[in-house]
Design a protein around this ligand. Structure first.
Ligand code: 3UK
Length: 554
């Protein structure tokens, strides 16, 4: 299909989503190169992911597992139907309406997610920790019609409401009130619901980027995009089986979590463990208790788990996926040594829905992100958009069955160049076609004329046994333009004194090109991270700049 192909008739009565897609000439080129990526013109992804299991006689399979309940595919399907009936019969939702979802990962959150999509609506999920101001942005930007929210998160939700003129109602669950969602669901005749006959290119999800700088961007995804991520990454790299039990920490509002904890397991007919809490400690306990086989989390969580691994039996794990930021070789090696499992690194983006570069286990090169996921193409380009030869550093460009479509946003022109998605990451491709992450393009440190990638210095430091976590940024310097500064969290029992600093500096000089060593090291007790597990480099840069200014003044 090319960017000029006509769209099939939409099922949306409220046409906001389609009306606010970027103009066709600003779309990336979509490629559907594999037989498994050919989708019919009419497609509701919930029929494929959920209802088909029941139609084919597999409704009794376990789907969602929590500490107190296990829902089979059939039980989840009934819950989805009940919510879809509430949405359309009681709350006035019509196909195309945007519905805000707000909850920690839980069966009700999954059911609500699938119900909105089954009824032809458009899901906008928000991270549980967001404050009123941050919730208000998607509410107004996506003109959200309705909210479904876990009662535990009611405070900030209610504070955000006055700022959202299009929001007609918010229904809560989990607090036992007479008007709670559960009460509305409990009506005769609500147990079945016919899926809305959506077009495969009807929008079903608007995922907002975390927006570390500037306003968040709403990325719009179609029903077929949901299937495409399952049938590219899920099918060809992850290769889960029906008896797999998935677990992980990313919230469903982050598409990494949506894919890893809902889409991929359901496409395989597998089950997902949803523990109440997902901090590394809780994850460890739940993996051991429920014998999880596939884990999705961020590099920092794998490191945190490593410290406590001896106390738990996690031998059930057979596949571990890491994304959100680069997986340092040191973390890969330590995890393999401790568990025998090779972590699958993969780069994904909210714009692309999920992972587009990442190798299956037999192709792993420790320290590299990997090869393009089957169905995707990737290349490294220079400033003017020309492809550079292997071994040359440049900007990553990708295309495939999914791609960037921002909701009414001028930044579309920045992300898409000549039909390719340009993610803002600096990469090198080697002669084998394997992609090696360098840094976010705006995170490169330039010191005395050398280009230094902070993550490379971090990887070197993380290989030292005294280092638990670290973040490396450029600090302004009169003489060199910038110097490399490392913020380091030491392992318990280690002391951040001058001898340690010297030892770490020497260690880096012996591991990578000596000019990359951190001239400044500061010991800290923690590092600023986003809710998606990413190091907040701009925050570190600000701290570094502030401290430097204070030193000048004193
Ligand atoms: C960075 C990585 C190096 C990279 C995401 C998997 O992270 C996800 O989406 P976001 O929109 O951020 C995208 C940006 O994050 N990144 C992600 N993974 C890696 N850098 N190595 C990696 N393995 O800068 C990218 O442009 O928050 C990840 C699946 C779905 C996602 N949304």
């Amino acid at each position: 299909m090319t960017a000029s192909a006509p769209m099939t008739p939409s099922a949306h009565q409220d046409t906001f989503a389609r009306d606010n897609l970027p103009p066709r000439d600003q779309w990336p080129e979509f490629v559907f190169s594999l037989p498994e990526l050919q989708y019919p013109a009419r497609l509701n992804c919930v029929t494929e992911l959920l209802d088909n299991w029941i139609t084919t006689g597999h409704g009794d399979r376990p789907c969602l597992i929590t500490t107190n309940e296990t829902l089979s595919y059939a039980q989840l399907a009934e819950r989805v139907n009940r919510i879809a009936n509430v949405l359309t019969r009681d709350l006035g939702m019509v196909p195309g309406h945007r519905v805000l979802l707000r909850a920690p990962n839980s069966p009700m959150m999954v059911a609500a997610y699938l119900a909105v999509i089954k009824a032809g609506g458009v899901v906008v999920a928000t991270m549980p920790l967001l404050r009123a101001k941050e919730i208000a942005y998607p509410l107004t930007k996506a003109k959200i019609y309705l909210g479904l929210c876990d009662a535990r998160l009611a405070d900030e939700m209610e504070k955000a409401r006055p700022a959202a003129p299009d929001l007609t109602k918010v229904v809560y669950w989990g607090h036992g009130a007479p008007d709670a969602l559960e009460a509305l669901m409990d009506k005769p005749g609500y147990e079945s619901f016919t899926a809305c006959d959506t077009a495969s290119d009807d929008v079903c999800l608007i995922g907002f980027t975390s927006g570390t700088t500037g306003e968040p961007k709403g990325t719009m995804h179609f029903h077929r995009d949901i299937m495409a991520t399952c049938d590219s990454y899920g099918r060809n790299v992850l290769r889960a089986k029906a008896d797999d039990r998935f677990i992980g920490s990313p919230p469903l509002a982050f598409t990494f979590g949506l894919g890893g904890l809902v889409l991929f397991p359901m496409r395989a007919g597998a089950s997902t463990i949803l523990p109440d809490k997902t901090a590394p400690d809780d994850l460890l306990v739940a993996i051991a208790q429920h014998r999880a086989t596939i884990c999705f989390t961020a590099p920092t969580a794998y490191r945190a788990i490593l410290g406590k691994i001896a106390e738990h039996d996690i031998s059930s794990l057979r596949i571990c996926v890491s994304a959100g930021e680069a997986l340092p070789k040191a973390t890969f090696d330590a995890w393999e040594a401790a568990t025998g499992v090779k972590i699958l690194d993969g780069i994904g983006a909210t714009e692309m829905l999920h992972i587009f570069i990442g190798s299956p286990v037999e192709d792993i090169r420790p320290g590299a992100t990997g090869k393009p996921v089957p169905g995707y193409q990737a290349k490294v380009i220079d400033e003017s958009g020309h492809e550079v030869p292997p071994g040359t550093i440049g900007r990553l460009a990708v295309r495939g069955p999914t791609g960037c479509r921002y909701l009414a946003d001028a930044r579309q022109r920045k992300y898409v160049e000549n039909g390719w998605n340009v993610t803002g990451d600096t990469y090198v491709m080697d002669a084998d076609g394997c992609f090696w992450y360098q840094a976010r393009s705006d995170d490169m440190i330039v010191s005395a004329g050398y280009n230094i990638a902070g993550p490379e210095v971090e990887s070197a430091l993380l290989a030292h046994p005294a280092v638990a976590e670290c973040g490396v940024v450029g600090l302004k310097d009169e003489e060199r333009g910038q110097i490399v500064k490392a913020y380091i969290v030491l392992q318990t029992g280690q002391t951040g004194d001058a001898a340690m600093t010297k030892a770490l500096q020497d260690y880096v000089k012996a591991t990578i090109a000596p000019f990359k060593y951190p001239r400044a090291i500061e010991y800290v007790t923690g590092l600023p991270r986003t809710q998606t597990g990413k190091l907040q480099r701009f925050e570190l840069r600000e701290i570094a700049a502030k401290n430097a200014a204070q030193k000048m003044a004193s």
